[in-house]
Design a protein around this ligand. Structure first.
Ligand SMILES: [Zn+2]
Length: 72
């Protein structure tokens, strides 16, 4: 990737939510800034050219057994 996209701003991340969760879990940027990790621990969403791709079909399933916080 030749471009150097702007880092995602915290306020922008707060507007995003994991489409795989019934609750709106916040997403956190990965250390490499090329993925958004859902707090549910199940999904990782790609960030392409600085644009988060919040589609389940594009998501990487990290841990199907992870339990979101606050869910029994
Ligand atoms: Zn999630």
């Amino acid at each position: 990737m030749s471009s150097n996209p702007q880092p995602l701003e915290p306020w922008f991340l707060e507007l995003l939510a994991c489409p795989g969760c019934e609750q709106r879990h916040p997403l956190t940027l990965s250390e490499s800034s090329d993925a958004l990790l859902c707090k549910c621990g199940r999904y990782s969403f790609p960030v392409r050219d600085g644009i988060p791709v919040l589609l389940l079909e594009e998501a990487t399933l990290i841990n199907a057994d992870a339990k979101p916080e606050g869910v029994a």
